[in-house]
Ligand binder design. Structure first.
Ligand code: ZN
Ligand code: ZN
Length: 258
C-alpha cells in the first residue's frame, strides 16, 4: 500500500527515550472506539516491534490504551502498558498539540513525547519504519568510521560497490569522505548486536535507496549485477531508437530526391 502515512511520536524522556511510535493517521479520521489495533514502533535498541492497543477518538483527543487485555502481549514486546493521549489543535485532528502518557493505573503526565515534525512525517512511505531502523543502525558512527577507514586504507577511494559512483569524482572537495554505509543483512537477520565490518558495504545514496526498494532485499552483489543488466537493456533500447530515427530520416531524404 503506497502512501500510508504515520504520525511519528518521539519519546524524549524516561525509559523509552529514543523510541519512535508510528501511528497511522487513518486511525484518527473518525470518532469512535476501535480495539485490537497494532502499530509499529522503533525500540531504543533499534529494533522494530509492534504494539497492540485500543483507540478512542473523541473531539480533539485520541486515547490509545496499551493496558488491560493487551498488557501481556505488549510487555513481551518491550512496550509498556499504559494510556497515551494526544490532544490535537482542532477537531480535524491534523496537528497534535499535547501528548500525555499515563503508566498503567497512573496519572496523565506531559513531557514524555513530542510529535515528529516536517512534511515527510505526513507523507511517510510504506515500510519506512524498517528503513529508518536500518539507517539508524547503519549510522552507528564508530562502525561507519571504521568501515570508511578500512576501505580508504585498502582502495584509497570511496566508490559505490553497486554502480561504481565516486563521490570525489562528482563533487570534488565537497565530498570529503562521504558515502552511505549499507548493512548487507536485513535488520531481522542479525538482531540488535554483532555487526562486523564485512557486513557493511559502501553505496552511493541512489543505489542505497534502490536496494531498499527490492523485496526481499537483494544482496549487494545481486543488485550490482542487476544494475549492469538494466544499463545494458536501456542502452540497447536507446541504440534501437536512434537507428529507427536515422532510417526514418534517410527514408524522407530518399523520397525528396525522387
Ligand atoms: Zn551506486
Ligand atoms: Zn541499507
Amino acid at each position: 500500500m503506497v502512501g500510508t502515512s504515520f504520525l511519528r511520536v518521539h519519546w524524549i524522556s524516561g525509559d523509552y527515550k529514543g523510541a519512535i511510535d508510528y501511528l497511522p493517521w487513518s486511525w484518527f479520521s473518525r470518532e469512535g472506539t476501535a480495539s485490537d489495533l497494532t502499530h509499529e514502533f522503533l525500540g531504543t535498541d533499534g529494533v522494530i516491534r509492534s504494539a497492540r492497543c485500543s483507540v478512542m477518538v473523541r473531539g480533539k483527543s485520541v486515547t490509545l490504551d496499551y493496558g488491560g487485555k493487551y498488557s501481556r502481549a505488549n510487555l513481551r514486546n518491550y512496550c509498556e502498558p499504559g494510556l497515551f493521549k494526544i490532544v490535537f489543535k482542532s477537531h480535524t485532528r491534523k496537528v497534535p498539540d499535547q501528548l500525555w502518557w499515563a503508566e498503567d493505573g497512573g496519572d496523565f503526565k506531559p513531557g514524555f513525547a513530542i510529535p515528529g515534525i516536517g512534511q515527510e512525517d505526513l507523507e511517510a512511505e510504506e515500510g519506512e519504519p524498517k528503513f529508518v531502523a536500518h539507517l539508524r543502525r547503519e549510522r552507528a558512527p564508530k562502525l561507519r568510521e571504521r568501515k570508511i577507514e578500512q576501505v580508504l586504507g585498502e582502495l584509497r577511494e570511496l566508490r559505490c560497490e553497486a554502480c561504481n559512483f565516486s563521490f570525489r569524482d562528482q563533487y570534488g572537495s565537497l565530498a570529503g569522505n562521504f558515502c552511505e554505509v549499507h548493512h548487507r543483512k536485513g535488520l531481522a537477520a542479525t538482531g540488535p548486536t554483532g555487526t562486523r565490518l564485512k557486513d557493511l558495504a559502501v553505496l552511493c545514496s541512489n543505489c542505497h535507496r534502490m536496494i531498499h526498494r527490492t523485496n526481499p532485499m537483494m544482496s549487494v552483489e545481486q543488485f550490482a549485477r542487476r544494475v549492469v543488466q538494466e544499463r545494458f537493456t536501456l542502452s540497447a533500447a536507446r541504440r534501437a531508437r536512434q537507428r529507427r530515427r536515422k532510417d526514418d530520416q534517410s527514408d524522407q531524404v530518399g523520397r525528396r530526391h525522387r
